[in-house]
Design a protein around this ligand. Structure first.
Ligand code: BGC
Length: 374
C-alpha cells in the first residue's frame, strides 16, 4: 500500500508547481479540451532556471518560473494549474488580448463613415475584445527551437464580424524564451478590411512569487512623463496629463503602494492604478518602458516595447474570491504592465491610430526580461 502511494506521488500531476526543472527546450503535453478541441501546454525552459508554461487556449501564460537573488526559481504569474480554472472564471490571467485590448467607450466607433457596434461587456463600454476575445479562442501552435532561444508560434484568423469587428484578421503571435532570461512577444497581423487592432498580454506578476503577499512594496519605474486620465469608467478624457506632482509619477523608482490610496480623483476612479501611461521616446522603436524590483526576493523585471503606451493595473478588482494554484488571489496581489496603444483610440482622433488597413502589417514587440538586484 505504502509503495503504491509512493508510486502515485512520484507520477503526480505534471502541472505540480514544485516539479523539477525541465531540460532546456520545449516540451508539449495535453492540457484538456475546449468545445471538443484538444489544447496543449507548452513548457519553454532555459539552462538559467527560467521556465514559461503557456497554452494555446487564449495564448495564456499559466506559469512563469524566474530565479530569485539566491538562484531559486519561483512562479511569479497569477493563474491556475489546470485548464478548468481558466474556463470557469478568469480576470484575463496571463491572456493574449484582442482584437482591441483595453476599453472602447460606448462599445462603438465610427470608421470611414460607418458605425460599428461591439459588445458592452464593461458597463456601457467594450473591454478586451468582447464576450469571446482572443483570450478565449484556441490558437494553432507550432513550437520551435533555435540557438539560444525557444518558443511557440501561435496563429489565429479572426473572422470578419467576429465580436462585431470589421474584416478578417490574420495573426501570428510568437512567444520566445531566450538564454538571457527574456520573454519576448512578437505580434503580427494583416486584415482584408480596415479595423482597429490593439493586441496585448495580460500576465499578472508578483515578483515575490505567487502566494507571497501583495505587490505594494515592489519598486516601479515607469518611463512615462504623461498618462491618459479617464472618467469614472476609465474611458480617457483625451487629455495627456503630466505625471509630475501626482501619484502617477513613477519616473523615479517608487514603491507601488506609496501613493496607491492617495486622495486623488484618478486613483479613486481606478480603485488604485488602472491607467494608461504615455511612454517616452519614439513609438515603433524598442525602448525601456518600465522596471520593477522586489526588494525581498531580489527579482527585477524590465519591460521594453515598441508600443506608445502601457496600462499599469494593480489588481484592484481581485478580492480573494478566486483561488488558483492553492492561493486565493487577494486585492493587489499582482500587477499588470500591458503594452498597448491608448484606450479608446478608435474614438480619439488625437491619439496614435490603431486602424489597420488592407495591405499594411501590424507589428508590435514587447520584451519582459528578468534579472536580480546586485
Ligand atoms: C483593466 C482593468 C480590468 C482588468 C481585468 C485591465 O486591463 O484595465 O480595469 O479590471 O484588465 O479585466
Amino acid at each position: 500500500m505504502l509503495s503504491l502511494l509512493l508510486m502515485a506521488s512520484c507520477t503526480g500531476a505534471p502541472d505540480d508547481a514544485e516539479a523539477p526543472e525541465p531540460a532546456p527546450g520545449v516540451q508539449v503535453a495535453p492540457f484538456g479540451e475546449v468545445d471538443g478541441v484538444p489544447v496543449e501546454l507548452f513548457t519553454l525552459a532555459n539552462a538559467q532556471g527560467m521556465e514559461i508554461r503557456l497554452t494555446n487556449y487564449g495564448g495564456i501564460v499559466t506559469h512563469l518560473f524566474v530565479p530569485d537573488a539566491e538562484g531559486t526559481p519561483g512562479d511569479i504569474a497569477l493563474g491556475y494549474d489546470t485548464l478548468e480554472g481558466y474556463l470557469e472564471q478568469t480576470p484575463y490571467f496571463g491572456s493574449l488580448i484582442g482584437r482591441y485590448g483595453n476599453r472602447i467607450g460606448g462599445a462603438s466607433f465610427t470608421l470611414d463613415g460607418e458605425t460599428w457596434t461591439l459588445a458592452a461587456n464593461d458597463g456601457p463600454n467594450h473591454l478586451h475584445g468582447g464576450e469571446r476575445g482572443f483570450d478565449k479562442v484556441v490558437w494553432a501552435a507550432e513550437p520551435f527551437e533555435e540557438t539560444g532561444r525557444r518558443g511557440v508560434r501561435l496563429a489565429y484568423t479572426s473572422p470578419d464580424g467576429e465580436e462585431g469587428y470589421p474584416g478578417t484578421l490574420d495573426m501570428e503571435v510568437t512567444y520566445t524564451l531566450t538564454d538571457e532570461n527574456a520573454f519576448e512577444i512578437d505580434y503580427h497581423a494583416t486584415t482584408d478590411k480596415a479595423t482597429p487592432v490593439n493586441l496585448t498580454q495580460h500576465t499578472y506578476f508578483n515578483l515575490a512569487g505567487v502566494g507571497n503577499g501583495d505587490i505594494l512594496d515592489h519598486e516601479l519605474t515607469l518611463l512615462a512623463d504623461r498618462f491618459t486620465p479617464g472618467d469614472e469608467m476609465l474611458i480617457p478624457t483625451g487629455e495627456l496629463q503630466p505625471v509630475e506632482g501626482t501619484p502617477f509619477d513613477f519616473t523615479e523608482p517608487t514603491a507601488i503602494g506609496a501613493r496607491i490610496d492617495a486622495d486623488d480623483t484618478q486613483i479613486a476612479y481606478g480603485g488604485g492604478y488602472d491607467h494608461n501611461f504615455v511612454l517616452n521616446g519614439e513609438a515603433g522603436a524598442l525602448r525601456l518602458a518600465a522596471r520593477v524590483a522586489d526588494p525581498v526576493s531580489g527579482r527585477v523585471m524590465e519591460v521594453h516595447t515598441t508600443e506608445p503606451g502601457i496600462q499599469f493595473y494593480t489588481g484592484n478588482f481581485l478580492d480573494g474570491s478566486i483561488t488558483g494554484k492553492g492561493v486565493s488571489y487577494e486585492r493587489r496581489s499582482g500587477f499588470c504592465l500591458e503594452t498597448q496603444h491608448f484606450p479608446d483610440s478608435p474614438n480619439q482622433n488625437a491619439f496614435p491610430s490603431t486602424i489597420l488597413r488592407p495591405g499594411e502589417a501590424y507589428t508590435s514587440r514587447t520584451v519582459y526580461s528578468f534579472d536580480v538586484l546586485p
